[in-house]
Unconditional design. Structure first.
Length: 358
């Protein structure tokens, strides 16, 4: 992952790699179903993510991606041969023998980065199809579409090209509204660093705004660190040293306490809170996504979902129960027509900032 332009009291620390890669369904045109495991384990999405990490270490180059089947509450693991499938099934997960290794799909992503870095595009690895899915928004011209088609066709069965009706853009215009310098974003999560209270939000927000006020116009904090593009996260130090609880506004008079941060798992059901559209739910559809918002603003390592969002929701909270998952980065569409939305993983932001959920 490339990181660049760290402002404020800058920190240049490499982000943690995504745990699992994209997908939701169980059908695949180029994957064959392995024999049923003898003891398929029933797992939560977060437990499936932990098992995926363990199996990834055990399988090494024999692993070809994982995803969570929400219907059966089980982990599905793509593998390249029967021996690897046996290892997966012995661990209580479901194995599928597929054509392409993760190394091959990573190579396809490298080709896309070299030959098809076009504003208004994104790509993410989808284990349900064992391909890299390339998406072009409505701003991609006919000439650019032809170039994308040529590059994707050259990758054969390792990639496919799709078009989305919306426009990929950061959602500046999780929670509660935070404002400054004529702009509005949303607070992500309250955190603690060195015993002092902070909050995290989107980096494209902290790059544009340095001092923050709440919805009543009271100053609440100033930027400490910021990273965008490359990443999309910012750290803001509260003006007062009074501790702030880690909770997300549910916009119904209640809040969801947040006790820890967790990595997202493909297929996981998640909830987003933001100051424009308030609370919406959906599913994680991809990880380690690369998005080109235009003007050179390329962000890597994002969580891709089908949860809707609109301008002003930027920086807001993506969570699963009491677990902090992501910060709203950008996407296409709206909460009427739907679309794709991308989130900065919280675990990477906390690791970079040396902060913890308070």
């Amino acid at each position: 992952m490339k990181h660049r332009r760290i402002s404020g009291r800058r920190a240049a620390v490499a982000g943690a790699a995504a745990l699992v890669v994209a997908g939701v369904t169980l059908q695949s045109a180029n994957a064959s179903e392995a024999s049923k495991p003898t003891a398929l384990r029933t797992l939560s999405a977060q437990a499936a993510g932990k098992l995926a990490s363990t199996l990834g270490e055990d399988l090494g180059s024999g692993a070809a991606g994982t995803f969570y089947d929400a219907k059966t509450k089980s982990l599905v693991v793509n593998v390249l041969d029967r021996a690897a499938a046996d290892t997966v099934e012995e661990a209580g997960a479901k194995a599928r023998i597929v054509e392409h290794s993760l190394a091959e799909l990573t190579g396809a992503r490298t080709t896309l980065k070299r030959d098809a870095t076009i504003p208004g595009t994104s790509w993410a690895t989808d284990p349900t199809t064992n391909k890299v899915v390339v998406t072009a928004d409505r701003t991609v011209s006919g000439t650019e579409w032809a170039k994308l088609t040529e590059v994707v066709d050259g990758l054969g069965s390792k990639a496919e090209l799709r078009r989305t009706a919306g426009e990929f853009k950061p959602l500046i215009a999780g929670g509660d509204a935070i404002t400054g310098s004529g702009g509005r974003c949303s607070l992500g999560f309250n955190v603690v660093k060195g015993g002092a209270p902070y909050f995290i939000t989107a980096g494209h927000c902290t790059e544009a705004i340095s001092t923050w006020t709440d919805s009543s116009g009271n100053e609440i904090g100033t930027n400490e660190q910021s990273s965008f593009p490359g990443n999309d996260f910012g750290l803001v130090k509260y003006t007062s040293d009074v501790a702030h609880p880690s909770a997300v506004d549910l916009y119904d008079g209640s809040s969801q306490p947040i006790t820890h941060a967790a990595d997202a798992t493909v297929g996981e059901k998640v909830t987003r809170s933001g100051s424009t559209t308030q609370v919406h739910t959906g599913t994680v559809t991809g990880l380690d996504a690369t998005v080109n918002y235009g003007n050179g603003d390329i962000v890597n390592g994002l969580i891709q979902t089908d949860v809707c969002a609109e301008p002003g929701d930027s920086g807001g909270s993506l969570f699963d129960g009491d677990a902090a998952i992501g910060l709203t980065s950008g996407g296409s569409g709206d909460c009427t027509s739907g679309g794709e939305t991308f989130f900065q993983p919280v675990t990477e932001a906390l690791s970079t900032f040396g902060a913890q959920i308070g």
